[in-house]
Design a protein around this ligand. Structure first.
Ligand code: NAD
Length: 274
């Protein structure tokens, strides 16, 4: 495959580019994931709360692609946090996906007041030990959440999936992850397609390379070392977002893009999100 792999801290290889399916209804997800798999994607990012594990699983099953060539991520939703409820929710997710294991299982949000993520993560460690997830990790964790997890549990999360794009570059989180061997995975990597793709700096770099703004932004992520999971339901864009291995941003491009950081969150702030 053209997609480079990132080796997670437990030795498991994860494709650096995958396909996200947030806000894609279940039946449409089957079509979108099938299109993505045909285009060459092998990593799919879903979540229990997206309501499309079933549609994702059906596309995977009918693709005929060997299971070992796929990398399937799903996430535990907030209301299922806690040891026993996590084990039950994981069974439900596997059933909907029609799989006997996932490649990566993530805690979707830390939930600041409920204080259940440590017990939840202990259930994740059992799922990992039982071979039903090849890697476990978290999403939307802030430094204080990661520090508590590292202090109170034994498996260092393989991944922290956080909002990250040129207008929210997460420099501090990326450095913290690097210190602990945690892979940074970028959600809303294209800034949800709003605004970012029209920023003059991005458009100018796209013209320079005869590429699209989306391709420039995805290249930026890849060259930074992020795992990236752009979403689209439009077949031409699904293919466009995968076609990012035939060019490279230079130092001037990277410097210009670095200057776009303005700490602009599009999604919820993990420090207040319940
Ligand atoms: P994104 O940054 O991937 O943007 C997707 C949108 O950008 C599309 O809906 C479309 O409007 C536009 N777009 C896509 N390709 C384009 C192209 N080539 N040209 C022009 N416009 C284009 O946003 P996202 O869906 O929020 O994030 C990607 C994935 O990250 C999600 O599908 C989901 O899997 C994951 N995610 C996770 C969390 C979390 O809390 N862990 C939160 C949000 C998203």
């Amino acid at each position: 495959s053209k997609v480079p792999s990132i080796t997670l801290n437990n030795g498991v290889a994860m494709p650096q580019l995958g396909f996200g399916v947030w806000q894609v209804p279940d039946d449409e997800a089957t079509k979108a994931v099938a299109t993505a798999l045909e285009a060459g994607y092998r990593s799919i990012d879903t979540a229990a709360v997206y309501g499309n594990e079933g549609g994702t699983g059906r596309a995977v099953a009918s693709s005929g692609i060997p299971r070992e060539d796929l990398f399937i991520t799903t996430k535990l939703w907030n209301t299922d946090q806690g040891y026993d409820s996590t084990l039950r929710a994981f069974d439900t997710s596997l059933g909907k996906l029609g799989l006997d294991h996932v490649d990566l299982y993530l805690i979707h949000w830390p939930l600041i007041t409920r204080e259940t993520f440590v017990d939840t993560y202990r259930a994740f460690e059992k799922i990992l030990a039982d071979g039903r997830a090849r890697a476990i990790g978290v999403s939307n964790f802030l430094p204080k959440h990661l520090e508590r997890l590292l202090a109170e549990t034994s498996v260092v999360p393989a991944v922290n999936q956080i909002e990250l794009h040129p207008q929210l570059q997460q420099t501090g989180m990326r450095a913290l992850h690097a210190r602990h061997g945690i892979t940074t995975e970028a959600w809303s990597p294209l800034g949800q397609g709003m605004g970012l793709l029209d920023v003059p700096t991005v458009v100018a770099i796209a013209h320079k390379h005869e590429r699209t703004a989306a391709q420039v932004v995805l290249r930026w992520h890849l060259q930074l070392g992020n795992v990236v999971i752009p979403k689209s339901v439009t077949p031409s864009r699904i293919r466009e977002n995968f076609d990012v291995f035939g060019f490279e941003l230079d130092a001037d491009d990277l410097a210009a893009l670095a200057a776009l950081d303005e700490g602009k969150r599009l999604g919820p702030d993990p420090s207040t999100f319940e």
